[in-house]
Write a protein that binds this ligand. Structure first.
Ligand code: UGY
Ligand code: MN
Length: 248
């Protein structure tokens, strides 16, 4: 995207970042071919997670394997086949797959233009707690739960919320005008991508207009608040680290 005078909505700070699509520059990443790969959030900015955006050609292929890193991929648009540890399933829009640390995740046979958000973190093992199992699913089969009782702000929790899982990936859908009821300030970190609609995100002491395609990093304790605006609903997909003691 061209700019005459160097304008962008992107802001990158020590405790939060808004990454607008206009500034994205692709990376060639090991294990990924036939795709434009954008590293949206990473440890290089001070985050404890990585968030990738993959846009596939029809011959695209991605492979993730690491002893320590777990991976969750969500199909924003299009479809592909996902394989974890020998089990494979076709995924359509709204489909997702979680691969535990040490298990290979392969994404193959994508429809041209398939867009996938990938979240990765180092798995935080806990004694006597078994590691998580692979998960395949689709958001359309998960019920949205009113957030803190608000039927206009529906939260879908894609992964099991059990002690084995130290990563949550959630889908939040707001009717226009719905908002987070208070400014959240919490130890958990977020990586986020706007899937649909628009609104205003408060991050620390700044208020940002946001729209579909924008991504946000919120460090631990980044004060955060959102209101949905515009004619239709707004939704975002987000990552959260969960279920671990802060002392470890
Ligand atoms: O799960 C959450 O912390 C969520 N309510 N945060 C957010 O939407 N910024
Ligand atoms: Mn939050």
């Amino acid at each position: 995207m061209k700019t005459a005078f160097g304008e962008t909505r992107t802001r990158v700070g020590n405790r939060h970042a808004l990454i607008a699509p206009d500034g994205l520059v692709p990376s060639l990443l090991p294990g990924i071919s036939g795709a434009v790969a954008n590293v949206i959030i990473s440890p290089a900015m001070g985050a404890n997670l990585t968030q990738l955006l993959l846009t596939f050609d029809e011959n695209g292929h991605a492979e993730f394997i690491s002893e320590d890193v777990e991976t969750c991929a969500y199909i924003m648009e299009g479809g592909c086949v996902a394989e974890v540890d020998g089990t494979s399933e076709p995924l359509e829009t709204g489909g997702f797959v979680f691969a535990p640390a040490g298990k290979k995740l392969e994404l193959s046979r994508p429809a041209r233009g398939t867009r996938i958000t990938v979240f990765q973190k180092y798995y935080d093992e806990v004694e006597d707690v078994p590691g998580p199992a692979p998960v395949f699913g689709n958001a359309k089969n998960i019920e949205g739960v009113p957030f803190l009782g608000d039927p206009d702000a529906l939260l879908k929790t894609l992964l099991p919320d059990t002690p084995s899982f130290d990563m949550a990936v959630n889908l939040f859908t707001y009717k226009s005008g719905a908002r987070l009821p208070f400014v959240e300030t919490h130890v958990m970190e977020h990586g986020l991508i706007m899937l649909e609609g628009e609104g205003v995100y408060r991050l620390e002491d700044s208020w940002y207009p946001v729209t579909a395609g924008d991504a946000i990093w919120m460090a631990p304790y980044c004060p955060q608040w959102f209101v949905a605006m515009g004619k239709g609903p707004a939704s975002y997909l987000y990552y959260k680290d969960i279920n671990r003691s802060p002392m470890e």
